[in-house]
Design a protein around this ligand. Sequence first.
Ligand SMILES: [Zn+2]
Length: 269
Amino acid sequence: MHIDEALDVSKIHSIMGLLPADSPILTQRPFRAPHHTISDAGLFGGQSMPTPGELSLAHNGVLFLDELPEFKRNVLEVMRQPLENGSVTVSRASGSFVFPARIMLIAAMNPCPCGHYGNIQRVCRCTPPQIQRYRSKISGPLLDRIDIHVELLPLNDDEMLKVPDSECSCEIRKRVTSARSTQLKRFENTGIYCNSQMEQSHLQQHCSFDKESQSYLRHSIKELQLSARAYDKILRVARTIADLDSSENVKQEYIFEAVQYRTLDKRLW
Ligand SMILES: [Zn+2]
């Protein structure tokens, strides 16, 4: 983390008494994974004299929500505001409290209640209304605020036993670290630290692309019925893919890749 980010994270953990005894400052990004039975107060901050919740404890780090549709619908809906603003507002009789909550949200869900929909090795016994009810727990507006949607298919026996011959995560880490330092340099003295925090003016400055990509994007917006918010997110993701590839320019292939991460917008909802 940047030193300013580390100080913010350490302050939040300190007032909750969560700083390790041997470390006055946290240097690793936090990772929080609350259970789906968590209360509103536990997630957003609460009680009569409000204290930060899981969202704020994950500030500048990762909040992982497994089995996303199992979380209460009202809890998921309230998530929209912090995902947009990077902060949580808790109102009580004693006043309104604002806690920082600039998080990277990672969420996982099954394709249907039994988990086998789309799996060629197992039979899904859910009815279409059951599947619809399950998926509709994640509203369109919430999904719209998630930058990257990825579908994963179950592994077959062979794939499970085989050692994958893919890139090891220590190599990927080097790419991520280098992309992060490119972004720190890009946004020096602007108060933001990475591409996902870019405002409109930054997008215009750092995400220019050629005419062909423009017409492809126009076509995608129409086909996938993308919102203006999704369009901005595609630009930020494309800029990040370019950084991971050490490329100064946002090439067409990066735009193509960023658009394909939005496919759930239309397919499930
Ligand atoms: Zn099923």
